[in-house]
Design a protein. Sequence first.
Length: 211
Amino acid sequence: MEAARHQGAKGFLREGERHEVLRFLDFLKLDLVPSNPHLRELIGRLNGVSYMFDISRSELSSRISDYQSSGLTLDIELPDVFHQVSKRIQATLGIPGNNSFLQIVNMGSGGTIGQHYDAAFDGYINYKCNVSVVSETYDFCIGDSTIQVEEDDLYCFEASLYKHWTPKPFSSRRVLLSFGYMLTYQELGRSDNEPRVRLSRRIEKYFQDRE
């Protein structure tokens, strides 16, 4: 099974799902600050908050969730809407969800996403599938490519292999669902000898050594 490396879908979020997501955000209203300095720098640029959830609760998803949240993964049961959206992503792309997690990002005006790679572990790629819940239309950079994202869009990419960011601050509120799937190199048609995979390993070792 080989999933598409970078792809998306316009109007992926269904009617009513946005309201359920925003209702859950109103319920949360937590202000979490990670201890990891690299994560703290990224969060500081958001002008908002970020919440991490372990969806599959596997050994690998627990490990990556805790690493990316600096140990602040929330042990709160997610409403059904998040599981439904994740399963629809898996069915659309043909990817497994046995090692999956979710980051909910709630940004205010002036927030931005700095240039970064996501974490991964040996043998796996951190494959991100982002769903725009509330947002103005904006540009999102993935390596040398720039895509235009509109509200309700889905866009997926190899977040541990490609640097990604937003080139300019948002002028309004932005709510993003960032579903993560830890996929093997083979599932994405990669090999461990490819330059991007080798770079990902070096980046991961650098970050882990500096925690």
